[in-house]
Write a protein that binds this ligand. Structure first.
Ligand SMILES: [Zn+2]
Length: 1001
């Protein structure tokens, strides 16, 4: 045998050995004893043998390490056992104290002060080396630190081990993950089977067992209430987290919730390669890693291929283990980057998400699936069973088996995934010279420095580096032609000279402008947030999973320049250290303080912080002390300049002291008493409003529809009632829940210590009711302001709180979370103080308002077209001439734009019972743009249904007002640009008629 053949044989031998180890069959090590009692319970609580796998059908015994039974009193997934977060943590810390393979650390606190943790599980050598390994992972995550040297990256990959991060129970009614993750941590620490050892020796499994801790504890309360009242209906979980429900999984863009910031913080600290979030809704395991299109447009294709590898491997392995109902293609598109797991996708890692089947509690019950859930399809050849007895243990078996299979596959391919991690990071840095852009620039002459600073702070929280130009600079920018003009030129066969017009223009940026360079590792999240989205109406995906447009510059009302030319990277600039802050403080001297109204949200906080000062709003623009002030600007007296300067500094606002008040018409600007109104049906969308008020530290009372029904004189307690969208029909908000069955309490008791603290009731069922509607009507008539948004605006209209507004019917409209152009109709209305003539708003199939000057009038959808002439004499553009009498010119038919009411006719004015007096007629303040210009970002179909219709209407009602929103101005902490439409209405609640030109008849 020649030497070379010998060498070949040796290689083959090595390869075979490695293969044998890698392909270790899932299953227990016969040499390791099994915890017989625990194992018996696993089998007892699993409803069918095929809902088990060889990975979880036993529990290894350990002489030192306690099983989850030590805390639960039963096995993980046992019926009737749902641990509080503190119990889960107690077990994880017990593991840490008994096993050298477990480490627990705090990663932050929730809004209500509860702890969040991350548990690392791996072999002793790996855990001991985690700090050094993190340094290496940090270099792979930021290849600038190794001068983009691929050979050095290879050396780092060879020396490193990856981290796989699993998160559980972000959605509170999805209850199975904490116990599954307790048992998984035990298995990874204790099991000596070759399959589990293989994982433990190669990968750090990082676990946050409860993401939504506040909501978990409330869910356990509700479940315990249910156990204590076995024959009764139990209260639905109306509050999950402190602010929002399922939208806690839509916060990875705006980063407003503590849970998102804490998981992101842990992600940026540990540099894991995967973030795998556990959910429960779909039978039996939908690994939506593959999901469906359209995929987010800013992802590195390396990642989307990793999704395919991991997703299909997951399905094939679990199918081999005989578990039915496992699939990975399905109706989840990965267009929006708002999901928690997407923190990884937008930061060069791998995002994954499981939907397993859960019972919203730990009862074992018979579940009946819908035909589309149990249908056999090409991607689900072994579908779930149509009718099944399902237990929390089944769920825990699926979650653990899926995770172990994934961890094993990941361990097998650890070097490849680490190498990809490096490549994705490197390609993010190379972005300016590959696909671009080179940078995003935020000008120092931004009219809204406060919103600009907040947008930059969001990007900083996302891990992006911001630099600031030390000198002025110019960049070429593409020329944007208005759409109309393009068409006209094309139609006219544009001549040569216009075709040769330059395609770029020079844009000047002053010194101090912010530059977000794209040659940095987290450039992709900047691109995702700042670029525009276009979802074609022809896309095969007809059911967008979430918002289709979110362009942050548009929603924040901030100018953002996308610069393609890499020359921008040579601009002299310094890295910003610490948080970006807007220029602020007090300038000048004198007794009158002036603050320009630019719709920066800090302005509303200023009014409340200087509560005892006298504030007035200027009804016209003015100039003073060499500065131009916009309409609505504040004039403040009765506060020391020191106090005003300090508060302005804290709020990031500029105040100018003037020697004398400018001569401009003003009205008082009060700090109104505000109530935020919620229904007991859902608090999901309202929570974003509550959060916005809390972040600005605005005082308000938080009341329910039941309070309104029980308070006959609301006006004596409040000036403004804000009723954010509920997500239900107007009729449902009035009706509440059905009254049959037992009362549904939402109260703090010893059995339910975590609920009832945000608001409470003895019985969630009653809605607003007729009494509540009447109270609101009296409130408005008595001088109060009611703000209704989307469905609550529909409620105000359809229950007769307003006159002269009707609801149109959408024929083709599809705006499922879309940014659209809005235009100011009445710039003198206080509601649009601080706004430009045109700006962007967020809409989600908002109501179509039609106005009428007649009470009970339906308005009309579109202005009538010029009537075609009737059959008769003459040509098409001549009038008919009846014979035998002189010709009588017909009067002109009334005409109006879609945002206006039709002028009254003489006939309507004859006995004007229904004619609304001019001062009580609805006033359109803001309208949707024309159909052609309406879409700014996202998907828009059937634009004509809503184009030009009112977006914000101010309806005077006796002494008060109802302000109706078709758009949603406060949404997910992403729409800062439109917040002030609401704040203006609040601050000017008793002056909303300012600047109004009344109809003459
Ligand atoms: Zn979920």
């Amino acid at each position: 045998m020649s030497i070379s053949r010998l060498a070949a044989c040796a290689c083959l031998l090595l390869a075979t050995t490695a293969l044998a180890e890698e392909e270790a069959a899932p299953g227990r090590d016969p040499a390791q004893p099994v915890d017989e009692g625990y194992t018996r319970k696993i089998r007892e609580y699993t409803t069918e043998p095929f809902f088990l796998s060889p990975l979880v059908d036993y529990l290894p015994a350990s002489p030192d390490v306690p099983t989850p039974q030590a805390v639960l009193g039963d096995v993980a997934g046992a019926p009737g056992k749902l641990p509080y977060a503190a119990d889960v943590y107690r077990y994880m810390r017990l593991l840490e104290s008994r096993s050298p393979r477990v480490k627990v650390r705090t990663i932050g606190r929730t809004e209500e002060g509860r702890e969040m943790i991350a548990v690392a599980v791996a072999s002793e050598p790996l855990l001991a080396a985690m700090d050094d390994n993190r340094v290496r992972l940090g270099k792979l995550a930021d290849p600038r630190t190794i001068a983009m040297d691929d050979a050095e990256a290879d050396r780092l990959v060879a020396a490193s081990f990856p981290v796989y991060y699993v998160t559980g129970t972000i959605h509170s009614p999805e209850t199975g993950a904490p116990t599954a993750l307790m048992e998984l941590a035990y298995r990874l620490a204790v099991d000596e089977s070759p399959y589990v050892r293989y994982i433990r020796d190669r990968v750090v499994t990082l676990i946050t067992p409860v993401v939504e801790v506040d909501g978990r504890d409330r869910q356990v309360d509700v479940y315990n209430w249910h156990l204590a009242h076995p024959r009764e209906n139990w209260p639905p979980l109306v509050y999950w987290g402190h602010y929002v429900a399922h939208d806690n999984n839509r916060d990875a863009m705006g980063l407003t919730l503590d849970l998102t910031r804490n998981v992101l913080g842990e992600y940026l600290f540990q540099k894991p390669q995967v973030l795998h979030d556990l959910h429960e809704s779909v039978p039996f395991l939908y690994d939506n890693t593959v999901g469906d299109g359209p995929y987010n447009a800013w992802l590195d294709p390396i990642l989307t291929n990793e999704w395919q590898m991991m997703g299909w491997n997951n399905v094939s392995e679990m199918t081999r283990l005989g578990m039915p109902g496992v699939f990975t293609h399905g109706d989840f598109d990965t267009w929006s980057p708002g999901y928690l797991m997407f923190i990884a996708a937008s930061h060069n890692g791998i995002s994954r998400l499981y939907e397993t089947f859960g019972n919203a509690g730990a009862d074992t019950v018979v579940r009946r699936l819908s035909p589309d859930e149990y249908a056999r399809t090409w991607y689900r050849q072994n579908p779930p069973l149509p009718r099944v007895s399902w237990s929390q243990r089944n769920n825990n078996n699926y979650e653990q088996t899926g995770l172990l299979v994934s961890l094993h596959y990941f361990a097998q391919n650890a070097p490849a995934f680490l190498r990809n991690f490096y490549l994705k990071s490197k390609r993010s840095i190379e972005k300016p010279r590959l696909e671009g852009p080179a940078a995003y620039v935020f000008s120092a002459d931004e009219p809204r420095p406060g919103a600009q600073a907040e947008l930059l702070r969001v990007l900083q929280r996302q891990g992006c580096e911001i630099t600031r130009a030390t000198a002025a600079f110019d960049v070429p920018m593409p020329v944007r032609k208005p759409k109309d003009k393009d068409k006209d030129e094309a139609a006219a066969g544009a001549d040569k000279s216009s075709a040769e017009k330059p395609k770029t223009e020079t844009r000047h940026f002053p010194a101090g402008s912010y530059v977000l360079r794209m040659d940095q590792p987290y450039s992709r999240i900047a691109d995702m947030l700042l670029d525009y989205q276009y979802w074609s109406p022809d896309d095969p995906q007809k059911h967008p999973y979430d918002d289709t447009g979110w362009t942050f510059g548009e929603l924040f009302g901030v100018q953002v320049a996308r610069v393609a030319d890499p020359a921008v990277l040579a601009v002299a600039a310094e890295r910003v250290s610490g948080e970006v802050k807007s220029p602020s403080g007090l300038e000048g001297s004198g007794p009158v303080l002036a603050v320009n109204h630019n719709a920066d949200i800090g302005l509303v906080a200023l009014r409340y912080r200087l509560k005892d000062a006298s504030f007035e709003a200027a009804e016209e623009p003015f100039e003073a002390g060499g500065t131009k002030f916009a309409r609505g600007s504040f004039l403040i007296r009765g506060v020391s300049t020191a106090d005003a300067g300090r508060v302005a500094g804290e709020l990031g606002l500029k105040v100018q002291a003037l020697a004398a008040a400018p001569s401009v018409k003003t009205h008082p600007l009060r700090a109104p008493r505000v109530a935020l109104l919620h229904s007991w049906l859902s608090t999901q969308d309202e929570g974003w409003w509550r959060m916005a008020l809390d972040q600005l530290k605005l005082p308000y009372d938080y009341i329910s529809v039941q309070t309104v029904a029980a308070t006959p004189v609301l006006r004596s307690r409040w000036d403004v009632i804000v009723f954010p969208p509920v997500g239900r029909t107007a009729a449902a908000i009035v009706a509440g829940m059905p009254r049959w069955g037992n009362p549904l309490p939402w109260k703090t008791t010893s059995l339910t210590p975590n609920i009832g603290r945000i608001d409470s009731t003895d019985d969630m069922r009653p809605g607003l009711g007729a009494a509540g509607v009447q109270s609101l009507r009296d409130f408005v008539a008595g001088g109060g302001l009611l703000i209704g948004v989307m469905d609550t605006a529909e409620l105000a209209v359809s229950y007769g709180l307003t006159q002269g507004v009707a609801l149109g019917r959408a024929e083709k409209l599809k705006a499922p979370g879309t940014i659209v152009r809005a235009r100011v109709v009445d710039a003198a209305s206080p509601i649009v103080y601080g706004y430009a003539d045109s700006f962007s708003v967020y809409t989600a199939d908002g109501p179509i308002f039609n106005l009428s000057n007649l009470a009970g009038g339906r308005g009309r959808r579109r202005p009538p077209e010029e009537p075609e002439r009737a059959t008769g004499r003459g040509t098409a553009d001549e009038p008919d001439l009846p014979q035998g009498r002189p010709f009588a010119e017909p009067p002109e038919e009334p005409k109006a734009e879609a945002w206006e009411a039709l002028p009254l006719t003489e006939e309507q004015r004859r006995n004007p019972i229904y004619v609304i007096p001019p001062a009580q007629r609805p006033r359109t303040v803001l309208r949707y743009g024309d159909a052609k210009e309406l879409l700014v970002s996202g998907l828009l179909e059937g634009a004509g249904d809503i184009a030009k219709h009112p977006a914000v209407v101010d309806v005077p009602v006796e002494k008060g007002h109802v302000v109706l929103f078709s758009n949603n101005p406060i949404w997910r902490g992403e729409t800062l640009g439109s917040y002030f439409l609401v704040f203006n209405a609040m601050l000017n609640f008793d002056q909303l008629g300012a600047g109004r030109a009344l109809d003459t008849e």
